[in-house]
Ligand binder design. Structure first.
Ligand code: GLA
Length: 391
């Protein structure tokens, strides 16, 4: 139980009782396949070993009392009164999971709960998904409900979409809930079928924080969806089988370019080319082909910067600098963009030097500090009933 010690102690300090249930879930890093999930396309993420841990003890009065250790704040809400707020703040991210469990017809019990996360907030590593996934699993455990990881992911996304009003796709919650140690997950966002692909043993995943903060709740994320939707209305009229941008080909795009605005054309071109890169990357990772993987990651970043316009100067510098450091296999922005982290694949023996050099050169080019972390592809959500496991 060593891993749970810290969150259990935090619970005891907050509520002067011992916790009965604990759960944890990772943030995620996406290797490639960006801004494709809400187009029913392909993504290639991994859960990571930066985790959110939660602990709970049932209350008999039907009240949720949830304490955020990171924020040093508490929210109190009767289960019976849970409803999506007009505007979401941190409280929506911790209450939404319980609302989602109720929406799915599961019993929801009142509880004292603490939440502590080590996933940097607003850094493109899905801190919010890790909170939601951990709390859905905790809520289910406390109510005695056995949920598959894929169902935990579905309810966590329901909370994010409908309680927090963020129109995200399926990637973050599925990665956080269904991750597998030392594997990346090729996720088909139409069928939600995930295929685990082993990470080559001598590759490391390095995330580098641009220091620029972003929010998926911000207007640009929804605007990209709108810009694509405008283009998609043209193709749905022309091709009855086209349901989502996933169904487009480059030929369809170029044949009908004159019916699209310049912006919609570029946005959809990104989706088509990125889906192809993502599938090619799955094969490259599986055979440990660093040269191809690097080319695909560079192409992804370029397309996100030029066609989807979700990069920023700091992310471009991080990617540019990384490419010139020995051991770098590939680098690109990860997550929604507009700031946050880059993901780098790096040869294991060079990984430590890479992190130090990247930080130095980024500082020299931008005057900004960066936190560069070596992370590991990790397991998905887990929940434990302590009273039982302690016997
Ligand atoms: C955010 C969203 C995801 C996905 C990425 C971009 O992380 O939550 O659903 O759209 O951006 O790939």
């Amino acid at each position: 139980m060593g891993g749970w010690h810290r969150i259990a102690s935090a619970f005891e300090a907050a509520f002067q009782r011992v916790p009965e249930h604990v759960a944890d879930a990772g943030g995620r890093v996406n290797l490639i396949g960006e801004h494709t999930d809400y187009h029913e396309g392909f993504v290639f993420p991994a859960a990571i070993d930066l985790r959110t841990r939660v602990a709970g003890g049932v209350r008999s009065d039907g009240v949720l009392r949830i304490r955020s250790i990171n924020r040093d704040e508490e929210v109190v809400a009767p289960v019976a009164e849970l409803a999506p707020p007009g505007q979401a703040d941190w409280r929506a991210y911790v209450l939404g999971p319980f609302w989602a469990l109720g929406q799915a017809g599961h019993p929801v019990v009142g509880a004292d709960i603490v939440v502590e996360g080590e996933v940097p907030f607003g850094g493109g590593l899905s801190s919010s998904a890790s909170v939601e996934v951990a709390l859905v699993a905790l809520g289910a455990s406390m109510a005695g409900v056995d949920l598959a990881a894929s169902e935990v992911a579905r309810l966590a996304r329901l909370a994010e979409n409908r309680f927090c009003h963020v129109p995200c796709g399926a990637m973050d919650q599925v990665a956080s809930a269904c991750g597998r140690t030392d594997h990346a997950l090729l996720l088909d966002c139409r069928t939600l079928v995930a295929t685990a692909v082993p990470m080559p043993g001598d590759w490391r995943i390095v995330v580098a924080d641009s220091g620029v903060r972003h929010s998926v709740a911000g207007p640009e994320y929804a605007r990209r969806q709108q810009e694509c939707a405008e283009g998609m209305s043209v193709f749905r009229d022309l091709f009855p089988d086209v349901v989502a941008a996933r169904d487009l080909t480059m030929e369809m795009l170029t044949d009908h370019r004159d019916r699209l605005t310049e912006v919609s054309f570029r946005r959809l071109r990104h989706v088509v080319t990125e889906n192809a890169r993502c599938l090619a990357a799955q094969a490259a990772l599986a055979r440990g082909d660093g040269a191809t993987m690097g080319r695909l990651m560079a192409g992804s970043h370029q397309s996100l910067a030029a066609d989807y316009e979700v990069s920023c100067g700091e992310l471009d510098v991080l990617v540019d600098v990384a490419a010139g450091i020995p051991g770098c296999i590939g680098a690109r922005l990860t997550g929604a963009g507009f700031g946050g982290n880059t993901v780098n694949l790096v040869r294991a023996e060079e990984a430590e030097d890479f992190t130090a050099t990247l930080a130095d050169r980024y500082r020299a080019r931008t005057g900004r500090e960066t936190t560069v972390r070596i992370v590991r592809a990790a397991a998905g959500v887990s929940a434990v009933r302590l009273s039982e496991s302690r016997g």
